[in-house]
Design a protein around this ligand. Sequence first.
Ligand code: ASP
Length: 309
Amino acid sequence: MRAVLLVHGGAWAIPDILADGSIDGVKKAAKEGFIKLEKSGSAVDAVEAAVRILEDIPVFDAGHGAVLNADGDVELDAIIMNGKTLAAGAVSCVKNISNPVTLARSVMEKTDHVMLTGTGANKFAEKQGIPQVPTEELVTQHARAEWKMYQKYNESVTNLFNTQMVHDTVGAVAVDYDGNVACATSTGGITNKMVGRVGDTPVIGSGGYADNNIGAVSATGHGESILKVNLSRLVLFHMEQGKSPLEAANTALCYMEDRVTGRGGVIVVNTEGDWAAQFSTNRMAWACVKSRNLFCGLNPGECFKESLI
Ligand code: ASP
């Protein structure tokens, strides 16, 4: 039974007040994503379904709950990738979309391109009949309060991008019963980011990568660092060299810390259904369903197991 569905809710210093909500959210997404995997049998369907659930939960920085940029606006990034064909779809800097992962999937399946950005992506959403919602519908009180705090103290961009203060980006990876892998990642980015800033999330090889010859990865953490080391593809490179998902994840995260002082987290599967959820930040909420068991954790080294039967 190699089918696996693994999700994360962002690698950062998750405060205690958000801990239970984050764990509950990733468990829900992993369970429902796995049900989708069993029903449709497709890794791509499963990662999209899991990420949509996470985008709808306001505790996470994606879709509803997204953080605000320097203008107090919401700009969203997302990616999805099919390991069977290497088809990928991404959107960056989109506004007023509740489920950017679904828009990314439309880019993958209904255009000749890999990424659409800004107004072009929003126009495409309209053509596809993907509903656009008022910004206020996506903004939580928490996101607004955090933005006001940043404005008040007028911190420098360098301080803002402190490796512990990035946010709860969401992601999923899956391997289906046929050995096909897929990944999806979605984010609002980093509070008070410059208008037009694009992070790692929608960039193929950085925020995610999926290849049936190796496995799939979804990344989270300091976007500028992840971009510099191409974190998701770097993990898969180490797997190609013979490392397990766990060893590859740790090697790539150490490299990012050594080379660019960046921290983050990754979820990883290989085509045999081996998996890993690793992070170099204080915490990362993650959950995994495999063979009717649910595994989850939040703190380093933690792995709780529940039976789903
Ligand atoms: N990687 C995301 C970004 O930099 C943030 C995160 O993962 O929390 O946009």
